[in-house]
Design a protein around this ligand. Structure first.
Ligand code: SF4
Length: 366
């Protein structure tokens, strides 16, 4: 198996019409599907890349209210954009859309570019997102492949390569380019993704409800769920860290993460790696406290579990003291936290140790 011998259009007559008819009847009513505005479609596509649809619905509406046009997004400070993105994870997406908004203002006079190459040139936009924006917002005959499309193609055409692998991506893109129609290319692309999200799902493909079942090489077979072929299991790294709650009246000390790298630009409690199951330290946090900070004696205030990609983190939240101010540190109270853009683990840590912090504030006043 593996390759696709005949042209998919010759081998799969009627696929396009069946899929579009199904999409017209069954597509979910999602807020970004009610607009042709490339800006709104772009934001939705970026949010959806690593976040579930049910979470994105509320967050997209909120983001569009906060930054309704590309000009408002470009004018905002990066910290404001990161704060609005807080909780969605993968913060480099937020930094990239902010940078891209500024490029659109400076190089395209505030008008979203329309050619595939110009869209592809914007920060944070790859072939998938460029295909989505140009086909959905501008009706151009551009293809796209995401995880859903890759899975649907792997089953429809019984492609044997490993999920996410370069050969499977290449085959899926070839098929996508060959199949995308001149008319309604955006709906075709969305129909493929919708089919993958709602019918041809990873574990339980519902072949009985699928508009492509007559043509699909895996339809109804138990083995359909085994396509695309799975990756070998990923190593999980256990990581223990300590976070310091250092208070000054009603504020705690927060440190800004470096711009480059994971969670770049977000604020967090001073955190250090204590032990790990991998041969090398994961390096998400430093191993030493920043100069001038130290932990106090006594039991931790709280324990927090958190996951960052393959790292399962157990964080002990401890009281600490500051003999000086480290670089990139500031004092911030609860009113500032939402505005600053906190890392997910620090948000959890502050909320879990909230009672204790409140108690300590009372102690300070008395
Ligand atoms: S028939 Fe089944 S396996 Fe084939 S595309 Fe449809 S849901 Fe997926």
């Amino acid at each position: 198996m593996g390759g696709v011998s005949a042209s998919p259009i010759e081998s799969y007559p009627g696929l396009g019409a069946d899929l579009l008819k199904w999409y017209d009847l069954c597509a979910r009513d999602l807020p970004w599907r009610r607009t042709q505005d490339p800006y709104g479609i772009w934001i939705s596509e970026i949010m959806l890349q690593q976040t579930r649809v049910d979470v994105v619905i509320e967050r997209w509406l909120r983001f569009m209210e906060r930054f309704p046009r590309v000009s408002e997004l470009a004018r905002a400070q990066e910290d404001e954009v990161l704060a609005e993105w807080a909780g969605l994870g993968y913060y480099r997406r937020a930094r990239a859309i902010h940078a891209a908004a500024r490029v659109i203002m400076e190089q395209h006079n505030g008008v979203f570019p329309q050619t595939h190459n110009d869209v592809l040139d914007l920060p944070g936009i790859g072939p998938y997102t460029a295909g989505a924006i140009t086909s959905i917002a501008f009706g151009q005959q551009e293809a796209l492949v995401d995880g859903n499309v890759e899975r649907v193609f792997a089953r429809l055409f019984q492609l044997d390569e490993i999920t996410g692998s370069a050969p499977l991506k290449r085959e899926a893109w070839d098929l996508a380019r060959e199949l995308v129609p001149k008319t309604r290319p955006g709906d075709w692309n969305q129909a493929l993704m919708e089919l993958g999200a709602t019918v041809c799902t990873p574990r339980n493909p519902n072949c009985g409800a699928c508009p492509a079942r007559e043509l699909c090489k895996c339809a109804g077979a138990l083995e359909a769920a085994t396509y695309p072929r799975p990756k070998p299991p990923r190593e999980v790294i256990k990581l223990e860290v300590e976070c310091l709650v250092i208070r000054r009246e009603q504020q705690v000390l927060l440190v800004r993460r470096p711009d480059a790298g994971r969670m770049g630009g977000l604020y967090e409690l001073p955190t250090r790696e204590v032990s790990w199951s991998s041969s090398e330290p994961p390096g998400i946090f430093p191993e030493q406290w920043p100069a001038g900070l130290e932990s106090s004696e006594g039991e931790p205030l709280a324990q927090v579990s958190h996951t960052i990609t393959k790292h399962r983190i157990q964080a002990a939240i401890c009281l600490g003291t500051a003999l000086g101010m480290p670089n990139q540190a500031l004092w911030a109270g609860p009113d500032d936290w939402a505005r600053l853009g906190l890392s997910g683990m620090t948000s959890k840590a502050l909320s879990k140790s909230g009672v204790e912090i409140a108690t300590l504030r009372a102690d300070t006043r008395s």
